[in-house]
Design a protein around this ligand. Structure first.
Ligand SMILES: O=C(O)CCC(=O)C(=O)O
Ligand SMILES: [Fe+2]
Length: 270
């Protein structure tokens, strides 16, 4: 059994719930010690910034871009269970013989410290109702989120199919998904969601990571990062999107994607 997953998720059930509700909750699936290691990465970053905008809200900190900060973060993104869920999710919408149809989109931490109002419902796919789906998000609870007031993420079931953006009235249809530390929630990123009211003291952290189709722009230029915590395999480089950048002239290559040796950081000469 993997050192990351304490049991093998039910892939059929996850696919079914993603299709019908837009999200699926895998209870306490990440090994507790592994969650603690990830928590340490999130909670020990020195460059935290406090979001003061209305989207992230009061007392909330964002720790952007964790993918190259530790091997724990890297290994989570490449875990076979995670990739099996992503592979199945992105299958509709890709040519049947196309390879590497998705890439890592982002990985960050979001921490609510103390009390905070609910985060407004939103989608992270940018396009509402998009099908075939464009992005897949994972939220890993770094702390217990088991009761009302703990700041659990809430979702509007079925909203990934709505051809409109979320509105205030949707709040009444949102359901909180509770779970203990180590619970992993998977969502079609077009599903309306947001953290709920936090009325307890103490922190509530989530590690968020997402995958997107290979041709979608990543929010950070991951293949240009100069430092990595360990060597990357060729397959891992694909998943991180190393080959998905456009060439800057007519000569580098003529295909839509592929290796750009002079442009893309290749610290390990793989
Ligand atoms: O913290 C959460 O529960 C959700 C955060 C979220 O959806 C976001 O920041 O986009
Ligand atoms: Fe979100």
């Amino acid at each position: 059994m993997s050192q990351i997953f304490s049991y093998q998720p039910n892939f059929d059930q996850i696919a079914e719930e993603l299709a019908v509700h837009g999200f699926s909750c895998i209870s306490e699936v990440i090994v507790s010690e592994y969650v603690s290691n990830l928590s340490a990465v999130v909670y020990n970053q020195h460059y935290w910034y406090k979001e003061s905008d209305s989207f992230h809200g009061h007392n909330t900190f964002l720790v952007p871009n964790l993918i190259n900060k530790s091997t724990y973060c890297l290994d989570l993104a490449f875990d076979d269970n995670i990739l099996a869920i992503a592979k199945r999710f992105f299958l509709p919408g890709a040519y049947h013989d196309e390879k590497n149809v998705y890439q890592l989109h982002l990985m960050h931490g979001r921490v609510i410290e103390g009390q905070s109002p609910p985060q407004q419902l939103h989608i992270d796919s940018r396009c509402c109702g998009i099908y075939p789906p464009s992005h897949l998000h994972f939220f890993l609870y770094l702390d217990d989120c088991v009761a009302a007031g703990d700041g659990a993420t809430r979702f509007v079931p079925g909203s990934h199919r709505f051809l409109r953006y979320s509105r205030q009235e949707d709040d009444s249809k949102a359901v909180e998904v509770h779970g203990k530390k180590g619970t992993l929630i998977v969502l079609n990123s077009a599903t309306y969601h947001g953290s709920s009211q936090k009325s307890t003291i103490g922190t509530r952290g989530v590690l968020t990571f997402a995958f997107s189709r290979w041709f979608i722009r990543q929010p950070f230029s991951i293949p240009y990062f100069k430092s990595w915590p360990r060597e990357l395999t060729e397959q891992e480089r694909y998943i991180l999107g190393f080959d998905n950048y456009g060439a800057i002239d007519d000569f580098s290559r003529i295909s839509a994607r592929g290796i750009l040796p002079d442009l893309i950081a290749n610290p390990y000469n793989l």
